[in-house]
Design a protein. Structure first.
Length: 75
């Protein structure tokens, strides 16, 4: 489960909202640090598989990229 502190950090990324955070939680991502070096397209595919349908579109992938960039900057 994503802690309130980690959730607040993730929400700082452009275009990331509660729904995307719930999707990340669904695939086992619980901290911003886990996203360092991640690939947005791979994360989107994992979310789609977990949800059982194509769900993450290009805007969602861009949002995931923003979140990964935030993870890289936050160290």
């Amino acid at each position: 489960m994503i802690s309130d502190d980690e959730r607040a950090k993730m929400l700082q990324a452009h275009s990331i909202g509660p729904r995307m955070i719930a999707y990340l939680e669904e695939i086992g991502i619980e901290t911003l640090a886990q996203l360092k070096g991640a690939d947005a397209d791979t994360l989107a595919m994992r979310i789609d598989v977990a949800l059982g349908r194509k769900h993450i579109n290009r805007l969602g992938i861009d949002a995931l990229r923003n979140l990964i960039e935030l993870a890289e900057r936050k160290g």
